[in-house]
Ligand binder design. Structure first.
Ligand SMILES: C[S@@+](CC[C@H](N)C(=O)[O-])C[C@H]1O[C@@H](n2cnc3c(N)ncnc32)[C@H](O)[C@@H]1O
Length: 192
């Protein structure tokens, strides 16, 4: 499976930015693996807010977080990440150290419910606005499914257009994989 090394790499990059006591956002909670990672990194004094449109995803994530004993440091919101700015406290703006996106559909869930270009782009911009200087946003992008192709193109075009004095934009991709492997986009808000 080619996803695992990229996800591991995403977490490495986020770990550089994250410290205990920080605040972080999981824009696509899904089964809660990434939410759990963020919750563990921010520790008991930090906070994580997670978004997903599916109740099933949030239920699974809630159980995972409760089992790990970190649920009290996480708020899960059943709403689109496109509304992220309304879903986090006002004083989080410019203070968020990590934002994670893992696009596509819920593994083991309804494959008809997928992230889509318009809402994803709105959410990415909102996430970037929330980031603290030095904060990192990672985006796992899958172009192997039908809606994923359009979304992948839209996200990469958006990322390419970002002002280089404000954000570092890196793309991590496999050079030797066939069948549309996922790519990892990583953005670091610059200090200024
Ligand atoms: C690939 S899964 C995420 C996996 C997750 N990060 C994990 O660790 O298990 C993508 C998730 O995005 C969710 N999603 C789709 N559209 C969304 C939207 N507009 N806002 C927030 N979440 C959305 C899906 O319901 C699905 O659970």
């Amino acid at each position: 499976m080619v996803i695992a090394p990229l996800l591991r790499y995403a977490r490495e990059l986020l770990s550089i930015a994250l410290s205990p006591g920080d605040v972080a956002v999981d824009a696509t909670v899904g089964n809660g693996h990434d939410t759990l990672f963020l919750a563990e990194r921010v520790g008991p004094t930090g906070r994580v807010i997670g978004f997903d449109v599916q109740e099933m995803a949030l239920e699974r994530a809630r159980e995972r977080l409760a089992d790990a004993g970190v649920l009290e440091r996480v708020e899960l919101r059943q709403m689109s990440h496109a509304l992220m700015s309304d879903g986090v406290p006002e004083d989080w703006r410019g203070r968020v150290k990590a934002v994670m996106f893992n696009l596509g559909y819920l593994p083991g869930g309804d494959r008809a419910v997928v992230t889509e270009s318009a809402s994803t782009l709105a959410a990415l911009q909102a996430g970037l606005d929330l980031l603290a200087p030095g904060g990192v946003m990672t985006v796992m992008i899958y172009s192997g499914h039908q809606a994923g192709k359009a979304e992948s193109s839209a996200v990469l075009a958006w990322a390419e257009s970002l002002e280089q004095t404000k954000v570092h934009v890196l793309l991590h991709r496999f050079l030797n994989q066939k069948n549309d492997p996922p790519v990892l986009l990583a953005l670091e808000k610059r200090e200024f």
